[in-house]
Design a protein around this ligand. Structure first.
Ligand SMILES: Nc1ncnc2c1ncn2[C@@H]1O[C@H](COP(=O)(O)OP(=O)(O)O)[C@@H](O)[C@H]1O
Ligand SMILES: [Mg+2]
Length: 438
């Protein structure tokens, strides 16, 4: 029997890379599809494990679909999958054309674009915050003038990700700025056609969780709930995830029920989903968003440490139309904390980082000293992370907090860095600010 052939829509990035490495280690032939610019940044290790790569113009989805389907046929792909949320609508269409397990191509945009998502949620009775789609700032003014919005509310771009352009509006004076932040926030990847609309949503107070699930032929298995630590204030950035989160059984059932409604609403039939929910004080669950992919932010790694689940193999098996091993192999606990900058400036140092070792399997700084950093307003601005794991949730959380308290992020003053080619501005030397993370 020949080894399975896998086509990954995007092989770079933590989750995509993990799938590519897992597939190669299983003896599969691994191919990728990406755009030429992203391919230029593929590392040597990734290039070595790929048997081939399709360079497509992803900014023209119809053309890209033809190219992907043609390439998949040429290599005899047994599975096409992605961990990149931006590519999930394209993936659904490709799988449908190829007759491979995938999601409903007619509804796949609803798992990416929050305007389409809110319509799908309303149609399927998913418990979600009331959402209005704004075509222009005038729409926001009209809603406010009509007394239709009560504070606080949330303004967000229709097709954003990673909290970019999302603002919790607490006072009327910041509404216009929030609209502009959403309208102007950078859109998408690969030059994919943007959705310029902006959403205004009721604010839901409560504790935030994500649910990782895998659906096969329309039947869903929930892998676990992850509790999020999110920054307070106008900009909500995820600064910690821990799993498995223990929800009271009745709450867990209610959450799973809403998640399954959301999965059905956006046509997820085969593959992973990452559903973000907020559970309020009365244990009511609201679905904030869903993506047809596994959670990012190292959730896949945490699943391995805490529960012994290998999500990458599970995703490959599901895409290959095989039953996946989804039952926990152990019952431990894992927590990731992200490091953030206290302010805008140049990163001088990060001190007090722990060493990797037993119980601390990962410590990673992704931002180099000298780079310009800023306070976390999007997940992208996070500087690095560490993971703590162990059998006892309380002990793991304690240890994570202790480690965090030891770490100091040192940032120069917020004078703009000297630009090459422009005259140096004489002035006082940089003042420093050191702040404990975060
Ligand atoms: N309706 C809401 N009520 C309360 N908090 C929200 C709401 N919408 C978004 N948030 C907060 O903002 C964060 C980012 O918003 P989200 O809709 O998940 O966008 P993104 O796709 O950028 O992650 C969420 O994780 C949550 O903390
Ligand atoms: Mg989100």
């Amino acid at each position: 029997m020949r080894a399975p052939r896998i086509l990954l829509l995007e092989a770079a990035g933590p989750e995509s890379g993990a799938i590519a490495r897992t597939a190669a280690a299983s003896g599969y032939q691994v191919h990728a599809a990406t755009d030429p610019a992203t391919h230029g940044a593929y590392g040597a290790g990734l290039r070595r494990l790929l048997s081939g790569c399709l360079l497509a113009d992803l900014s023209r989805p119809e053309r890209a679909l033809k190219d992907i389907v043609g390439y998949a046929r040429r290599i005899g792909a047994d599975a096409v999958l992605t961990a990149n949320e931006y590519l999930t609508p394209l993936l659904a269409q490709a799988c449908a054309e190829l007759g491979l397990p995938g999601n409903d191509p007619d509804r796949a945009t609803a798992a990416r674009d929050k305007a389409a998502m809110s319509e799908a949620f309303a149609l399927h009775g998913v418990a979600a915050p009331r959402t209005r789609v704004l075509a222009s700032e005038d729409d926001l003014r009209l809603l406010r003038a009509a007394g239709e919005l009560s504070l606080p509310y949330v303004i967000k771009p229709a097709d954003g990700a990673g909290s970019a352009g999302v603002t919790v509006v607490n006072d009327p004076a910041s509404a216009a700025g929030a609209w502009h932040a959403a309208a102007r926030s950078p859109r998408g990847m690969y030059g994919l056609p943007p959705d310029p609309r902006v959403l205004v949503q009721d604010y839901v107070e409560g504790t935030e969780y994500s649910i990782e699930s895998i659906t096969r032929h329309g039947t869903t298995t929930h892998l676990c709930a992850t509790r999020k630590t999110v920054t307070p204030g106008a900009h909500r950035v995820e600064v910690g995830h821990c799993l498995p989160a223990a929800l009271p059984p009745a709450t867990e059932r209610a959450v799973h029920q809403e998640v399954e409604r959301a999965i059905a609403a956006v046509g997820i039939r085969n593959g992973a989903s990452h559903t973000e929910v907020i559970v309020d004080r009365d244990r009511r669950c609201s679905v904030i968003e869903i993506g047809a992919r596994l959670g990012a932010g190292h959730i896949g790694i945490l699943l391995g440490h805490a529960l012994g689940i290998d999500p990458w193999t599970a995703l490959l098996d599901t895409a290959l139309d095989r039953p996946a091993h989804l039952a926990p192999a152990r019952r431990a606990y894992a927590s990731v904390r992200f490091l953030t900058s206290p302010r805008t400036g140049r990163l001088v140092a990060v001190t007090g980082l722990p060493k990797e070792g037993p119980g601390v399997p990962a410590v990673h700084l992704r931002t180099a000293v000298g780079q310009t950093v800023g306070p976390a307003q999007t997940n992208r601005r996070r500087l690095g992370h560490f993971i703590v794991t162990g059998p006892d949730p309380a002990a793991v959380e304690r240890q994570a907090e202790q480690i965090l308290a030891q770490i100091t992020v040192v940032v120069d003053s917020d004078r703009p860095p000297h630009r090459a080619g422009s005259p140096a501005v004489p002035g006082p030397g940089p003042e420093r600010e050191a702040t404990r993370a975060p």
